[in-house]
Design a protein around this ligand. Structure first.
Ligand code: ZN
Ligand code: ZN
Length: 345
């Protein structure tokens, strides 16, 4: 009797799992071997016995989850094996050291994208398009209203906002995620910043990881050091401050003086400024157009989409592609019902 092979990667209660290789990808519960696409907390969790990641991202991973983890690192494109399963990591352009995971077994190639973007970002390597039979894609912005302008010079735009506020004696407080977005802002500002950027302490060590990977960052000074230097009722003035929104409720917030606020995020697209004075549409995820472009570039015959909303799946199906929700990548989904033959990819 012929036993057809089951899918190379399945969606389990711990996340994506390659049973032929015995490893998980970005598991959300403790496992033996975890291939980690990048150091964001929804992908890199504590408690795995063994970690695998890209070498340029290992310091970020350790800063986030612990210095003493057991971790093997690989360069982009370097091949390694779990038994006869060949694996390699390819740049995802999301944050420093972010990877797509290419898995090859018995002539089949699967790619799990992790988070990715196609926009220019001087703080990390550019996205690499990888051919595959089956593509598992993130889709954070997987609805058509999330489309933004490309090739904007964010560094110059932030610098202009800063100098305009400075000319009015105001500070500029820019909010963005402490890992990835903050460093991208500092890298984009590198050619433009006319004085050091004041950063919150939550950003400092992560930024140093980028510097040690030779990423050029605008000069920075710790915000708390600058605040300490203030005498009597002195207030900050004309500074650019990169911090989490929580600083506005700190006991020393009055020392920030007058300020304007802005948020840098893909979520700034379309839905107004969400309570900030200004929004920079600056995402570390692919927009709707780039999701579609990327999926087609892979040449995949089958696409699994990781997103709550089914808009992208419906759109791909209308184009004649085989598209499914990631939850369908379950063993049972592939087992034949009574009287049916097992249909594989
Ligand atoms: Zn991420
Ligand atoms: Zn994510």
């Amino acid at each position: 009797m012929h036993f057809p092979s089951l899918p190379l990667i399945t969606w389990t209660d711990k996340g994506l799992f390659c049973s032929a290789g015995g490893f998980h990808i970005d598991p959300h519960r403790a496992v033996d071997v975890a291939v980690i696409t990048h150091a964001h907390s929804d992908h890199a969790r504590r408690g795995h016995k063994k970690y695998i990641c890209v070498e340029s991202g290992v310091e970020l991973l350790k800063t986030r989850i612990g210095k003493n983890i057991d971790v093997d690192t690989y360069a982009y494109g370097e091949e390694f094996y779990f038994g006869d399963v060949k694996v390699s990591l390819h740049s995802a352009g999301h944050i420093l050291g972010s990877a797509q995971v290419r898995v090859e077994h018995k002539g089949q190639v699967w790619v799990a994208s992790g988070d990715y973007k196609r926009d220019h970002d001087p703080s990390c390597d550019p996205f690499e398009s990888v051919k595959c039979d089956v593509f598992i894609t993130e889709a954070t912005f997987g609805t058509p209203q999330f489309v933004w302008k490309k090739n904007l010079n964010h560094g110059e735009m932030i610098q202009n906002w800063w100098t305009e506020n400075e000319s009015k004696g105001k500070n500029s407080i820019l909010f963005g995620y402490s890992l990835g977005k903050a460093q991208r802002i500092l890298a984009e500002l590198y050619p433009y910043a006319h004085k050091p950027v004041l950063i919150h302490s939550s950003i400092e060590e992560l930024t140093n990881c980028y510097r040690r990977q030779n990423r050029k960052m605008a000069q920075t000074v710790l915000l708390k050091e600058k605040i300490k230097e203030l005498i009597f009722d002195q207030r900050l003035s004309g500074e650019l401050i990169l911090a989490p929104p929580s600083i506005l409720s700190e006991s020393w917030a009055h020392q920030l003086g007058e300020y304007k606020t802005a948020f840098a995020s893909g979520w700034m697209n379309g839905n107004g400024r969400r309570g900030y004075d200004h929004g920079f549409v600056m995402s570390d995820h692919a927009d709707w157009n780039d999701l579609n472009r990327t999926i087609r570039e892979t040449g995949a015959r089958k696409i699994y989409v990781q997103h709550r909303d089914g808009a992208l799946i419906r759109h791909l199906r209308q184009d004649g592609l085989l598209a499914f929700a990631i939850e369908d990548l379950h063993m049972n989904h592939f087992l034949p019902k009574a009287g049916e033959n097992l249909v594989l990819i």
